[in-house]
Design a protein around this ligand. Structure first.
Ligand code: AHM
Ligand code: MG
Length: 335
């Protein structure tokens, strides 16, 4: 890849954004460095896929009752050991572990990380896009918080990120009110990106949802989907990868709304997890001119009741999310 002098790295981004307040700089650089290194490790393995035996089932079920893939375990081990090595992380909550892993640290301002180390597991066996998602929090101020409650009492994420493993490997980082998009140069191992904030384009016309579940949704949602594809001007088109990271990324670049609503029955709270799927995407959306809600309220205003809590998710550029709320009878206050 031709190196362009205006490219920056995640390191440059964090340095620039912490120049006024350096108290958390080192911890954030160490955590971001661990995410980058994990991205390099995962991307290198994924390039070879079945040739090195990393695809396929691990023949066990996780605490959510879902079949664990070998790559789910590899992602979990890779990122957990990198966060441990960073010595800047106090605790890691993961989709793949029932309880958070408390880690040794020696930084003055240690951080909490909630992660989905391998998002889009059902795409692994068909060589379709997958990703890794991270929300980074400051620990709660109260020193009496029990380790198991750290993630329930932390405020909104301070930094959010995802890695998308696809045609190339992307790293999207959101911090201090800005989102930046980087691409891995596999020859040098560097993540390089434009030296400017990334924002959703306006007037997007994509919607992303698993429409097979529509018969189980509330009537107002069914009517909304009928309206966007049949009556809206311009009509919207459906694109669905089936990995939140892939769908969110396409919508971030092209302008589109992602919906994973609650359903009658088993999925009455939706499918996606609040702390390590909805929160980071909501934080990235907010820093890119977007909004994320559970269909009623802002995702970032929801206080978690349990660490693996599920929520319905609606996320995208502000214009499309506001339109969704108006059409479904829950206009967002002040919008
Ligand atoms: P996972 O983290 O176990 O892979 O599950 C989350 C994924 C999301 O990435 C994706 O948006 C959704 O599940 C797809 O679900 P469905 O197959 O029900 O459409
Ligand atoms: Mg997952």
């Amino acid at each position: 890849m031709q190196k362009n002098s205006s490219f920056t790295t995640p390191f440059d981004f964090i340095m620039e954004k912490t120049s006024a307040d350096q108290t958390e700089r080192t911890s954030l650089l160490l955590v971001t460095g661990a995410i980058e290194q994990g991205g390099r490790v995962m991307a290198a393995l994924l390039r070879k896929g079945p040739l090195v035996g990393v695809t396929g089932s691990a023949l066990v079920r996780n605490i959510q009752g879902e079949e664990v893939q070998k790559l789910d375990q590899i992602g979990q081990d890779t990122f957990l050991s990198l966060f441990r090595r960073s010595r800047a992380v106090m605790s890691v909550l993961s989709e793949e572990a029932e309880q958070p892993d408390n880690l040794p640290y020696d930084q003055k301002n240690p951080l909490l990380v909630a992660m989905d180390p391998l998002d889009g597991s059902s795409n692994i066996s068909v060589n379709a896009p997958i990703g890794s998602i991270f929300a980074v929090f400051h620990p709660p101020l109260s020193s009496s918080t029990a380790p198991e409650d750290l993630f329930l009492k932390a405020a909104s994420p301070v930094l959010s990120a995802y890695l998308l493993y696809s045609v190339s490997t992307s790293l999207v980082l959101s911090f201090s009110g800005e989102t930046r998009v980087f691409t891995l140069d596999p020859d040098t191992g560097e993540f390089l990106g434009a030296d400017m904030p990334f924002r959703f384009p306006e007037n997007g016309k994509i919607y992303s949802t698993n429409e097979a579940y529509l018969p189980h949704w509330e009537k107002s949602l069914q009517e909304y989907v009928f309206w966007i594809k049949s009556e809206r001007n311009p009509a919207m088109i459906l694109r669905y990868i089936g990995a939140l990271v892939g769908d969110f990324h396409r919508n971030l670049l092209k302008g589109g709304i992602y919906l994973y609503p609650a359903e009658a029955g088993e999925k009455s709270s939706g499918k996606l997890r609040l702390l390590y799927e909805a929160y980071p995407m909501a934080h990235i959306a907010k820093n890119s001119g977007g909004i994320a809600t559970d269909g009623k309220q802002d995702i970032l205003s929801i206080v978690p009741r349990s660490i693996h809590q599920r929520v319905p998710l609606v996320v995208g550029p502000s214009d499309l999310v506001c339109e969704f709320h108006e059409r479904t009878g829950n206009p967002l206050p002040g919008r």
